[in-house]
Design a protein around this ligand. Structure first.
Ligand code: NAP
Length: 308
């Protein structure tokens, strides 16, 4: 089968097209004919060799995948050949930038016909992280609160602002160039961080900061004394938070198929929007362009590759 691979840890130019063996299907797995795969910053970190683990060479990146089931293992009970599905599988497995991938059935979720393969592939890590930020125990966003989302128009940010709105918050969110996207996602106040000095202009405006950029320490002044701040990116400095009695934490997302089911249902019913900046073709050039946009740090929402 065709795959777009990187042989060793390397740069965007190192992606090449390669014929590799079709994956085998274990008893509890399904084989998915991949239709779309979306990109996350962690894929770049894996490709660059910056994670504690390495994918087998040649590396096939991509864990947020959608497609059609083409084979089922002998113990599989919930899926049949022809089912349209999506998944967000373990980041240390990869496999998405290929024509076929095998995934344990417990990580696979059916998708309705009115949600596209590209949209369902773009939920995964970004939507899970956003939901787990907004609903983290002791940090839950509550109705009537003001939440400041640093990096509202990125992959994680575009879902975070929507889940915070679902919880009834007043949402302020930053962007440098995707104001219209944030308005379309229901953000109450859009802030262009290039035009304003955010920590000063928005000092003490929020009950909670959700920083998706890795600038939580610099942005902490937006939180009221005794408030809270969360990030999935670089940790917020404990001493700065303690000065104003702000509770802080950094989360690592968890795979949760029940949450993925909830998201796909919301997308199908128009209650959750999937912001996709670009869909690229499944070619060496398409994959390289997709990663260039992702690594620019300025995509409007998610980036997907149309594999089939
Ligand atoms: N710990 C975990 O489990 C976990 C899970 C998922 C993601 N993450 C991390 O979370 C971060 C966000 O992921 P993502 O998928 O949302 O990335 P992304 O789609 O690339 O989003 C980048 C966001 O950062 C903003 N940004 C870029 N440069 C900025 C700057 N100089 N100042 C302020 N904002 C800036 C962008 O806004 P504009 O384009 O509008 O400027 C955009 O909103 C990444 O570091 C990722 O590794 C961690």
């Amino acid at each position: 089968m065709k795959a777009i691979v990187v042989k060793e840890a390397g740069n965007i130019e190192d992606f090449t097209e390669k014929e590799v063996d079709k994956p085998k299907v274990n008893a509890d797995e399904v084989l998915i004919e991949v239709h779309a795969v979306s990109i996350n910053p962690v894929d770049s970190a894996i490709r660059k060799g910056r994670m504690r683990f390495k994918l087998e060479s040649p590396m096939i990146l991509g864990t947020d995948i959608s497609g059609v089931i083409s084979e089922v293992g002998e113990n599989v009970t919930d899926f049949s050949i022809g089912d349209e599905v999506f998944t967000s599988y373990k980041i240390n497995r990869g496999g998405g930038l290929a024509e076929f991938v095998s995934i344990p059935e417990k990580y696979v979720v059916k998708k309705p016909e009115n949600v596209s393969f590209e949209e369902s592939s773009a939920l995964g890590i970004a939507a899970l992280t956003a939901y787990q930020l907004v609903n983290k125990e002791s940090y839950e966003v509550k109705a009537g609160e003001t939440v400041f989302v640093q990096g509202g128009s990125g992959g994680v940010g575009s879902y975070t602002v929507q889940f915070a709105k679902q919880n009834g918050a007043h949402v302020i969110a930053t962007t440098s160039r995707n104001e219209e996207l944030l308005e379309s996602l229901g953000v109450d106040q859009v802030v262009n961080y290039k035009e304003e000095d955010v920590p000063t202009a928005y000092a003490n405006k929020a009950d909670m900061l959700i920083d998706t950029v890795g600038q939580g320490t610099e942005t902490l002044p937006v939180v009221v004394e005794g408030g809270r701040a969360l990030t999935p990116a670089a940790p917020i400095a404990e001493d700065k938070a303690a000065e104003r009695n702000i509770t802080i934490d950094r989360i690592v997302y968890e795979i949760n198929t029940d949450q993925l089911k909830k998201f796909i249902d919301q997308v199908a019913h128009g209650e959750l929007k999937v912001a996709i900046d670009q869909v690229y073709p499944f070619t060496q050039d398409g994959v390289q362009k997709a990663y260039e946009l992702s690594e620019s740090g300025h995509a409007a929402g998610k980036i997907a590759i149309k594999v089939k």
